[in-house]
Design a protein around this ligand. Structure first.
Ligand SMILES: Nc1ncnc2c1ncn2[C@@H]1O[C@H](COP(=O)(O)OP(=O)(O)OP(=O)(O)O)[C@@H](O)[C@H]1O
Ligand SMILES: [Mg+2]
Length: 262
C-alpha cells in the first residue's frame, strides 16, 4: 500500500467536560517514523488509542489504512496495527509464557488458546525476540521479567503480525540508562530498516528519540503545538512552549538533548 497510513482530520475526543484532544489533524505516510512528544496528560496515549483503532473520536474523522473508523470492522483493522503500551502489559497474566505472548499476537488476543502453532510462527517469534535482545527469555513467564525485559517482549509481540503501522507508547519508560540506550539503539536500527513498518513512538523525553525518526508532533493540553520534520519541530521555542518552561535544545550525533535554562 502506498501513501497514507493514517489520516486524522479535526479529531477531538471529549469525556464529560474535558477535551482530551482538540482539532488534531495529522497525516502519517508510509515509511514515516514519527515521535509524539508532550508532558503528562497532553493526550499522547489518547492519540495513540485512536491510531490503534482502540478508540473512536468524538469529533472529526480518522482514516486508518484506508479504512474510516466508524465505518469499518475494527476487529479486522486491529491485527494490521501493532501497539505496545504499559496498559496492555498490565493485562498480561503473570504466568503467561513469553513465547506464547508473542505468538498469540497473530490472533490479537491475550492468553494462549491453541496447543499447536506453525513452526514458521515459532521461528518468527524467536527471531523477533532475538532482534530485541531477549532470545534468552523465550521460556520465561511474563511475571518474572524486569520492566525493561517486559518492554522489549511487548515490542516483539506488537511486531509479530507484521503490522503496517507500529505504535509504541513510552517504550523506554522505567528503563535504566543502559536499558534505555540499548532500546534506543535497537529502535534506531528498526527505523533504518526499509522493511520495518511505519512507526509512531510516544515519549516525554527528546533524549529517548532514536536516530532515524523523521517526523515529530508536539502535544500540549490536547492540542497540537506543531508538527513536521523532526529537526524543524525540535527547536527550543517549540519544546519550551510544549512543556511550559524555558528549554535549551541540542543535537549531537543524531540524538537530542533538552534542559531547563531557568
Ligand atoms: N475517561 C476520561 N475522563 C476524563 N478525563 C480523562 C479520561 N481519560 C483520560 N482523561 C484525561 O485526559 C488527559 C489525556 O490523557 P492521556 O492518557 O492521553 O495523556 P498522556 O499524554 O498519554 O499522558 P502521560 O504522559 O501521563 O501518559 C489526561 O489529563 C487524563 O486525565
Ligand atoms: Mg500516556
Amino acid at each position: 500500500m502506498a501513501g497514507e497510513v493514517l489520516q486524522l482530520r479535526g479529531v477531538g475526543v471529549r469525556r464529560g467536560r474535558s477535551n482530551l484532544l482538540r482539532d488534531v489533524t495529522w497525516t502519517v505516510n508510509e515509511g514515516d517514523r514519527w515521535v509524539i512528544v508532550g508532558p503528562n496528560g497532553a493526550g499522547k496515549t489518547t492519540l495513540l488509542q485512536i491510531a490503534a483503532a482502540m478508540m473512536h473520536p468524538t469529533e472529526g474523522t480518522a482514516v486508518l489504512l484506508e479504512e474510516r473508523l466508524g465505518r469499518t470492522d475494527v476487529f479486522e483493522l486491529r491485527p494490521r496495527i501493532g501497539l505496545a503500551s504499559s496498559s496492555l502489559a498490565a493485562e498480561v497474566p503473570p504466568e503467561e509464557k513469553v513465547i506464547d505472548l508473542v505468538l498469540t499476537a497473530s490472533y490479537a488476543i491475550l492468553g494462549r488458546w491453541r496447543e499447536e502453532y506453525d513452526s514458521t510462527d515459532v521461528d518468527r517469534a524467536v527471531a523477533l525476540l532475538d532482534a530485541l535482545g531477549c532470545a534468552d527469555l523465550v521460556r520465561r513467564t511474563f511475571g518474572t521479567l524486569s520492566e525493561g525485559e517486559r518492554k522489549r517482549v511487548q515490542i516483539a509481540r506488537a511486531m509479530m503480525p507484521d503490522p503496517e503501522l507500529l505504535l509504541l507508547d513510552e517504550p523506554a519508560a522505567g528503563l535504566d540508562l543502559g536499558g534505555r540506550e540499548d532500546l534506543v539503539t535497537r529502535l534506531a536500527a528498526l527505523a533504518d530498516d526499509p522493511a520495518a513498518p511505519t512507526m509512531a513512538l510516544v515519549t516525554h523525553h527528546v533524549e529517548e528519540v532514536p536516530e532515524g525518526f523523521t517526523h515529530a508532533l508536539l502535544l500540549r493540553g490536547g492540542e497540537v503545538v506543531t508538527q513536521g520534520k523532526v529537526d524543524e519541530v525540535f527547536t527550543a521555542e517549540h519544546l519550551s512552549a510544549t512543556f511550559g518552561l524555558p528549554l535549551a535544545v541540542d543535537r549531537q550525533n543524531g540524538r537530542w538533548y533538552a534542559r531547563s535554562t531557568r
